[in-house]
Design a protein around this ligand. Structure first.
Ligand code: PEP
Ligand code: MN
Length: 280
């Protein structure tokens, strides 16, 4: 196995921190090259290091499923040359192989964040993805919690990935809430957060825990509420949906922030309370 060091004992995860936090922002889905260009142009000087845009979109009901493999060239070409680390979800190990092939053409230093979404709970596939990605020392792998509330299952995903040989130093997880089912949901969250469980999973695994307020909230006003509620739990970072044309978004239009809304939020995300107050 090859180990990359980033100087001063920095890990690959440290290279994507902004003021100490790992912040991944960008649209739910990659819709076109123009959309991507526009979002990157407006976000690249905001300080964030990682840019999300999904190529493959698992859907609750049949609908548009993303640009798929054909969007990969756009994703890499519109982020890496601008110093941003691209981030995207994969559903199969085959997709992991395609991403690595594309990433390699940008040289050994090119980094990428790849994640497993909440709906994707076939552990054979999870292990195979982890095995494939462990061959690339510059890939950061992230797994979200599954859709239903169960700490044992969430920890199980971690153990499957580690058992498959993926290095812990390049691994992180993300809390995106649990499907409400029959629980009370007075705030009408899309998915219910369980901050205490997230804290326990971080403690048991020892890997960074990000928060995805977009898929928990389901609406812009709820995204703000969740970020405020989460502040006392000291998450290691955030993944947030941001779109350059929210009304025209092909997926998750209700919960995506405008670029300006997101830029205003950054001080709050990094715990810079004074600037966050001035921005309000
Ligand atoms: C996403 O982040 O685009 C996504 C589909 O999230 P989740 O797996 O949490 O539903
Ligand atoms: Mn989404």
């Amino acid at each position: 196995m090859i180990f990359l060091t980033y100087g001063d004992g920095m890990s690959i995860l440290d290279t994507i921190r902004y003021k100490g936090k790992i912040i991944i922002a960008g649209p739910c889905a990659l819709e076109s090259r123009a959309q991507l260009k526009n979002c990157v142009k407006q976000l690249k000087d905001s300080g964030i290091m990682a840019f999300r845009a999904c190529l493959w979109k698992p859907r609750t009901a049949p609908g548009w499923e993303g640009l798929g493999y054909w969007g990969l060239y756009y994703l890499l070409e519109e982020t890496l040359p601008h110093g941003l680390t691209p981030a995207t979800e994969i559903i199969t190990a085959e997709q992991a192989k395609l991403l690595l092939k594309g990433l390699r053409s940008y040289g050994d230093d090119a980094k990428m964040i790849v994640w497993i979404g909440s709906r994707n709970q076939n552990h054979f596939e999870q292990k195979e993805m982890a095995r494939v990605l462990s061959e690339a020392p510059n890939v950061i792998f992230m797994f979200k919690n599954q859709m239903w509330e169960d700490q044992k299952h969430w920890l199980g995903i971690y153990n499957h990935i580690i058992t498959a040989g993926f290095p812990k130093d390049n691994l992180m997880t993300c809390h995106r809430g649990f499907a409400p089912g029959h629980f009370d949901n007075p705030e009408k969250y899309r998915n219910l957060p369980h901050f205490e469980m997230a804290v326990q999973v971080r403690e048991s695994t020892g890997i960074p825990m990000l928060l995805d307020p977009s898929h928990i909230g389901g609406s812009v006003s709820n995204v703000y509420k969740i970020i405020n509620e989460a502040s006392r739990h000291n998450f290691d970072g955030f993944m947030i949906e941001v779109h350059d044309n929210v009304q025209g978004a092909k997926t998750d239009a209700n919960q995506q922030l405008t670029i300006d809304q997101f830029r205003e939020l950054i001080p709050l995300l990094v715990g810079d309370v004074q600037s966050a107050y001035i921005n309000r």
